[in-house]
Design a protein around this ligand. Sequence first.
Ligand code: SPV
Ligand code: MG
Length: 299
Amino acid sequence: MKKTSQLKQIIQSQNLDFIMEAHSGLSAKIVEETGFKGIWASGLSISAAMGLRDNNEASWTQVLEVLEFMSDSSSIPILLDGDTGYGNFNNARRLVSKLEQRQIAGVCIEDKQFPKTNSFINSTAQPLADIDEFCGKIKAMKDTQLDDDFIVVARVEAFISGWGLEEALQRAEAYRRAGADAVLIHSKRPDLVEIESFMKEWGGRLPVVIVPTKYYSIPTKRFQELKISLVIWANHNLRASIDAMQKISSQIFKEESLVHIENSIASVEEVFRLQRAEELQAAEQKYFPSMKKDSGEDL
Ligand code: SPV
Ligand code: MG
């Protein structure tokens, strides 16, 4: 099945599904190997991995380049966190074309203004997009996609920006009418109050996607009961790797030795495995007959 159709099925199925954050070719591969059905190409994580802020400091083509590595190293669908679409309707529709060319299965855009700021930084100071303008963007994106199954998720930031249920519902309904395939309702509360109130009134008009970063303590069963379609574990590979890198750097710095760390980290062989080094060795035997089996480095 095409990656787009896989993502569409994940979002439209009655089951609660989960996609996991990745921010590089390597992390995308790890997410797939773990068993996840899909990948969240997180704007926060991709920018952080570049050493940048989540404020559109990375250009959209730099993000595309990372996506290309992610898409090449995995075979499950990728949903891009497309921020605000990197500009107006014209930039957003060009983004769709470029994503389709790279076999990215869908994109999520949020109703804020370019350049955006992460939803958990000074969130009430962040102006929302004009509803009509955002609807035009969704329409332009849906009109541009060549593959009918390419997914556009409309992310509602009303709760994040301090607005209430009425604003969230009005926006979600407008985005549904504009052609969005699903809505992402974002909340920064540690509880489910906003999500619950939205789900009650929404009544399943379109599949709903959530990002429980701030309400991490809520049991997943509650999301199922509310008939959420898709949960995004949005930044946990990035955060895990930051923690691991800080610890290992600090230990090696202090000990000026590798004696105590070698067995606590991935082996070099594991790096080679993830890079598919064996495939190249086999290809060399096939396409480069003069290559002696035992020449070169030991792998
Ligand atoms: C991201 O992963 O970049 C997101 C989700 O947009 S959040 O950071 O929760 O806003
Ligand atoms: Mg983001």
